[in-house]
Design a protein around this ligand. Structure first.
Ligand SMILES: Cc1cc2nc3c(=O)[nH]c(=O)nc-3n(C[C@H](O)[C@H](O)[C@H](O)COP(=O)(O)OP(=O)(O)OC[C@H]3O[C@@H](n4cnc5c(N)ncnc54)[C@H](O)[C@@H]3O)c2cc1C
Length: 98
């Protein structure tokens, strides 16, 4: 049987935190997918260092694909323009880890 697929949109602070928590809680019970239009994300707390000390911006940037693969998640680089309502609110669903 196919595992349920959970898709997170956006690999910023919120999306990555959600994905890490889901991956920790659900392990191999679901397929976790992250979609972001960019291939990299930023460690934002490092940005003031970039702005004020001349640290290269690449110091704050990290690639989404490799960090997600290490956690067994799939990364799709794409711009999301529409989310189908029935995918967000399925008629029946199962809660895990309760
Ligand atoms: C210097 C600095 C330090 C900070 N430190 C902290 C901290 O320590 N802890 C904390 O909680 N907050 C911190 N913040 C605040 C935090 O950065 C923001 O609250 C947070 O980035 C918002 O998270 P987000 O995931 O909603 O949005 P974002 O981080 O902006 O991420 C959104 C992501 O979605 C993607 N995206 C957007 N639209 C689409 C689309 N249509 N299709 C595909 N992808 C799309 C973008 O490419 C992006 O990767 C800090 C901010 C700054 C500036």
């Amino acid at each position: 049987m196919n595992k349920p697929r959970v898709v997170t949109l956006g690999g910023g602070f919120a999306g990555l935190r959600l994905l890490y928590r889901l991956s920790h809680a659900l392990a191999d019970r679901v397929d976790l997918v992250l979609v972001d239009e960019r291939s990299t994300s930023f460690a934002k707390p490092v940005l003031p260092e970039v702005a004020f000390t001349g640290t290269p911006v690449d110091h704050a940037r990290f690639p989404l694909q490799s960090i997600l693969e290490r956690r067994g998640c799939t990364f799709i680089q794409a711009a999301v323009s529409y989310v189908a309502e029935q995918l967000v609110a399925p008629k029946s669903y199962q809660l895990f880890g309760q």
